[in-house]
Design a protein around this ligand. Sequence first.
Ligand SMILES: *Cc1c(COP(=O)(O)O)cnc(C)c1O
Length: 378
Amino acid sequence: MTEVRTPTAGTLLRREVEGLPAYDPGADPDEVARASGVTPVIKLSNNESPFGVSPTVTAAVSGHLADIFRYPDPTGKRLAGALGRALAVPPERIVLGNGSENILELLCQAVLDPGDLVVTQAPGFSLHDIFPSMMGARVEKVPVTPEFGFDATAWKQALAACPKLVFLANPCNPTGAMFARAELAQIVADTPPSTLLVLDEAYHEFARPNPEYPDGLEMLRDIDRPWIVLRTFSKAYGLAGLRVGYGVASSTALVRALDRVRTPYNVNRLGQEAAVAALGDQAHLAETVRRTGLEIARVAGRLRAAGLRVAPSSTNFLFIDTGRSAHEVALQLHRRGIIVKAWREPGYESFVRASLAAPEQNDVFIERLLDICGRRAQ
Ligand SMILES: *Cc1c(COP(=O)(O)O)cnc(C)c1O
């Protein structure tokens, strides 16, 4: 990498930025297609929905193409109103983001001073670490148990240090596992009143049918402490390419604080229209969730039957122990036109994260993965 230097001396970059790792989006599909000669490639690296969007979304996007010369509504009134009605919260307590990642970033910009403590989970979502580090905060990671579960003692200890911010993904990315009701309740109870509790529910819609899954908004709704629940249209609703996420906050004051660091037109016009339409077709969402659940169970079942260890998933992806270097496994899959994400966090270097594609493509993935891992399909 070339360094960015001033003409005189030293670097132009803030110290925090120099040390930041680059976000790893996974291999580029065009490059994998070229190198492997396989088209289309099977892309399992970004937890996208293979079940497409509601036809009402396509209609809304086409119907608003003529308006794209205008800036979007900077307050997202219609979308915030629709979300407020769907969730029974005042729209003033809703913040919209260019993806929920954008809200993670806004939260860090609004509350973190250099040296502040942030607690999150390991293995975890890289932006829960990268954004705080960008602000000069210290990030402490609470490990999951060997069974990908909640480590109550480790969480209690970490929270006792009074972090400024807690980033908790439920269900968790990359493991796909979820905190059960009592576990989340304990975290809420142990989080000091001076801590901002951020519950990242990017996979909420997939987990919701499970009676053990705690809806974070329902749990926090009446609790008087600073919190925000983040959700997204990227995953179950299938709008990843349009970048729309939202947060429901404990107070309008928190939303107004985020507004001060937010670029005013952060959610694009077509994205706002598409999200309103997507929210209006709950039947499509339910069908996506149903098919995802069946397919996740089928794929996980076949991998486990062949002897691979797979974390329990309440999401649209699987965390798979390949028993060898995940980096090597991913490269071999790339050569065969399949993109997965090899995990790099310490202790998980043999794991790949793979989301779903269409069932026939998932079968190709299973066959090639088992072949690379020297396992026999059962
Ligand atoms: C995918 C994901 C997000 C956000 O995605 P956006 O597309 O920015 O809405 C946030 N958190 C986790 C844990 C995710 O996996």
